[in-house]
Design a binder for this molecule. Structure first.
Ligand code: ZN
Length: 414
């Protein structure tokens, strides 16, 4: 159930939503054809009635803003750039309405980590479990830059318990569906999310990118999984989901027996028990090839718990829609704020991921209260740094498109 208050939403879309940088980003020119931009971009709208409309498009910032301030949508989503304006969909030949470009997008949600988080459940989230998303972002950033050479991307808090990545390089936007699936095939290391099922052994030797990701994840695994979340202190859970990662039936039955006789050992201790039991109770447990295989099983478990898990449907099709940055999440009232940007020649900007706390994200009702007290001044609200971050990101596009001096513009002028 949405808890959106229509008056608040009217205020938000009338006075707060940063249309200008969003428009500048969506309206940027691509290298091969400067005309295919916002005018041909699909915007889908969930109206306040709950009805959902696709194939809206807006040739100007003014019309875009007018539509949103008049309709006060629950949210709106961003789709592909088509060969003709999407709003003319019913009046042009099907062949003239082909999707041509869209950002390469990724959606990472806390749901997929539920088997390993003990601090919260369901829709709840706290600083501890947000670390799952932070780690996923950390691994993804390195991969996007080093393996794909992408330079323009940003991450947005999805408003409740996940994050969206928008890779905006021209090269990523021009990818067809097959290429998007190929990117996913490369990135989507943990395909099976069933935590009680044995994971198929990841092929050895590991691909250098998996090896690199594993090196990043190893320390976090000790701190976050074994010590902080401690999901395997629960013996039943350890038998079901920790031992599921191993292939030796004798080892599994020895560990199971030992843990049932010595209940409540921590995840960290159980993790060490496995090596200890293998070496002591199994005659073959000291053979180098056995130790090597045990190490591989443990590495696979580290990847299974912490490696980024994607909602693959969001990534694999160019025409897939994704909620626009700065929309309001209907249940939490959080603003879906950008939390990190990466741009050509710049390091990661704005909030270091460790600095973002989803429980302190700007909320619609707090913003309304703050602005009604300070004379409608958004610059003193906690939304300001997020708008500034996004403004800075879009300045590249502004400089590319407009020759007039923009340096002295108010960064909050939207
Ligand atoms: Zn939590």
């Amino acid at each position: 159930m949405s808890v959106l208050n229509q008056q608040d939403m009217q205020f938000y879309y009338g006075h707060v939503y940063p249309y200008k940088p969003i428009y500048q980003w969506l309206n940027r020119s691509f290298s091969d054809n400067g005309t295919r931009n916002m005018i041909n971009r699909e915007i889908a709208i969930e109206f306040k009635t709950g009805a959902y409309g696709r194939y809206f498009s807006f040739p100007t910032l003014k019309l875009f803003k007018e539509k949103m301030t008049n309709d006060i949508p629950n949210r709106f989503e961003i789709g592909a750039i088509y060969s003709s304006p999407p709003k003319k969909k019913d009046s042009v030949l099907k062949n003239s309405m082909k999707p041509l470009e869209k950002e390469l997008v990724f959606d990472i949600d806390m749901d997929d980590y539920d088997g390993y988080r003990t601090c919260c459940s369901g829709a709840q989230i706290c600083g501890k479990c947000w670390k799952f998303i932070e780690i996923a972002i950390k691994v993804m950033n390195i991969t996007l830059v080093e393996d794909f050479g992408f330079e323009e991307f940003f991450w947005v808090f999805s408003g409740r318990r996940g994050a969206h990545c928008w890779v905006s390089d021209t090269r990523s936007c021009l990818m067809n569906d097959l290429q998007r699936r190929n990117v996913l095939d490369y990135l989507n290391v943990v395909k099976d999310r069933d935590i009680e099922k044995k994971i198929g052994m990841i092929h050895r030797p590991l691909h250098p990118f998996i090896e690199r990701s594993l090196t990043i994840l190893k320390q976090d695994f000790v701190d976050i999984i074994l010590r902080e979340q401690d999901p395997w202190r629960d013996d039943e859970q350890a038998i079901k989901t920790l031992l599921a990662g191993f292939y030796d039936k004798n080892l599994i039955s020895h560990c199971k027996k030992y843990w049932l006789e010595n209940p409540g050992r921590s995840s960290e201790v159980k993790w060490c028990d496995i090596d200890f039991i293998a070496a002591r109770a199994l005659t073959y447990g000291k053979k180098p090839e056995y130790i090597e295989k045990l190490k591989h099983c443990k590495e696979d478990l580290i990847l299974k718990t912490l490696y980024p898990k994607f909602d693959i449907e969001v990534t694999k099709q160019m025409i897939h829609l994704l909620k626009a940055p700065f929309c309001i999440h209907p249940k939490t009232l959080n603003v879906c704020v950008p939390i990190m940007t990466h741009n050509k020649g710049q390091d990661l900007q704005g909030f270091s991921i460790q600095d973002f706390d989803p429980t302190e994200c700007p909320k619609l009702n707090d913003l309304i209260n703050a602005m009604s007290e300070n004379g409608m001044d958004i610059s003193t609200t906690n939304l300001r740094p997020y708008v500034e971050l996004f403004n800075k990101f879009t300045q590249t596009y502004v400089k590319g498109q407009v020759s007039v001096k923009r340096e002295h513009e108010n960064p909050l002028d939207f």
